[in-house]
Ligand binder design. Structure first.
Ligand SMILES: C[S@@+](CC[C@H](N)C(=O)[O-])C[C@H]1O[C@@H](n2cnc3c(N)ncnc32)[C@H](O)[C@@H]1O
Ligand code: SF4
Length: 404
């Protein structure tokens, strides 16, 4: 990949080259806010999340102020644009108090314009929720909750080191559905020693809540996790495939559409925020380790913030926490775009690819023709999408668009 990494300096002008991207229109803009703490680190998790340790009375306040300052620093890159969504993710944002979330969301609304029906999602762990807290989050402006249920089975939850049991997961969901119009639940499958009967029970319990959005993830053993060092006994590939087939059939029979590799939704309940990522939209990333992608008429820039929470807060206290900034070149874009867009079941229009990247369909060659010849992708009436075969071999299709 032809990429250029430079040290961030807000006033350093980027010199335009023939490799630069020129855009005629700017895509929708989202905001991602990272909260890097959890009550306890789960043994399978490689997210930027740290076990919470007492760190002085004002830690929440200090972090929220750092986030707002971080947002202010980014504003010159997005003048005049409106946010379509905010996603407060982690980590476990629900360890913060409703007052902190209120300060954060009020601070965001005061600093940047937003659309009237802006989607505001917060990730939550059932072990950190009660009725009063959920009401507080809703009153602060959160209008979509994403709950990390993972399973309803007490034994499986204990095996994957979760801080909650099945009853707490059911209670959190029941309250969330009373208070919020939009709720997502995350479920994982192919868990240690999980049987088909246990998976079926999880799916049926999830469906008993009549979910409008559900994300299903195959447990993966990520490097640098406890499970990678001490692998548990997992279902074999054949059983995992049968589990996946059961999940897809059951959710589709319940009227949900499998609109992205891991996401199912009732029509109209698709995630605005994630769909913007998958369609190569723009997003500001604030908080420890947060990534952003911002288009300007003269190019597309990615930025990353310092990863460790303490480093991030210390850097912000000195004015800015951008660790790296990268200008994408034309050669980067086919892969950058396809990495996300291929995940969408309905694919993307060729015209959207052109608007979001400044490229033409010819710039996708020879990868597109190879994918079509191998039956992995189709171009139907100006819409590019993966076939059923391509869906099963997603990483192979994505790799075709990687240029040396
Ligand atoms: C960033 S986590 C945030 C959710 C929240 N912290 C929680 O765990 O309750 C988002 C989701 O990714 C999924 N996930 C995390 N690690 C995974 C892994 N190693 N394999 C598969 N799914 C994983 C889980 O379903 C989790 O709910
Ligand atoms: S609660 Fe979520 S983010 Fe935190 S360690 Fe567990 S899976 Fe990772």
């Amino acid at each position: 990949m032809n990429t250029q990494t430079i040290t961030f300096h807000p006033k350093a002008p980027h010199k335009t080259t023939s490799q630069d991207v020129v855009l005629s229109a700017l895509p929708p803009l989202s905001l991602y806010v990272h909260v890097p703490w959890c009550v306890k680190k789960c043994p399978y998790c490689d997210f930027n999340s740290h076990e919470f340790k007492e760190q002085g009375a004002d830690w929440e306040y200090e972090y929220i102020q750092a986030l707002l300052k971080d947002l202010e620093n980014t504003l010159p890159l997005v003048w005049g644009r409106r946010l379509v969504s905010v996603f407060i993710g982690g980590g476990t944002p629900s360890i913060l108090s409703p007052e902190s979330i209120d300060t954060l969301l009020a601070g965001i609304r005061a600093r940047i314009p937003y659309v009237a029906d802006m989607e505001v999602t917060m990730e939550a762990n059932p072990g950190t929720l009660d009725n009063a807290k959920l009401k507080g989050f809703r009153d602060a402006g959160v209008n979509r909750l994403s709950i990390g249920v993972q399973s309803f089975d007490d034994d499986l939850l204990a095996q994957i080191g979760r801080i909650h049991n099945g009853a707490q997961a059911r209670e959190a969901l029941a309250t969330a559905y009373q208070l919020f119009d939009k709720v997502n639940l995350d479920i994982m499958f192919a868990l240690p020693n999980q049987t088909m009967a246990q998976l079926q029970a999880d799916v049926q319990t999830a469906l008993s809540f009549k979910p409008t959005h559900l994300s299903y993830y195959h447990l993966t053993l990520e490097p640098n996790t406890y499970f990678h060092r001490y692998p548990p006994k997992l279902p074999d590939d054949e059983l995992a495939l049968d589990m996946q087939a059961y999940i897809e059939t059951a959710l589709e029979s319940a009227g949900m559409t499998h609109y992205e590799v891991s996401a199912f939704a009732k029509t109209g309940h698709e995630s605005v925020h994630n769909t913007n990522y998958w369609q190569f939209g723009d997003y500001i990333g604030i908080g420890a380790g947060a990534h952003g992608k911002i288009s300007r008429h003269d190019g597309i820039v990615r930025h990353a913030k310092f990863k460790h929470p303490q480093t991030y807060v210390a850097q912000m206290s000195q004015g800015n926490a951008v660790e790296s900034e990268q200008h994408l070149s034309r050669a980067d874009l086919p892969f950058e775009f396809m990495l996300n867009a291929l995940r969408l079941r309905d694919g993307v229009k060729v015209s959207h690819f052109a608007a979001a990247t400044g490229l033409t369909i010819a710039d996708l060659e020879p990868a597109l023709s190879t994918a079509q010849t191998r039956g992995l992708m189709v171009n139907e009436h100006g819409v590019l999408r993966v076939t059923d075969l391509g869906w099963r071999f997603m990483s192979d299709v994505q790799a075709l668009f990687l240029q040396e």
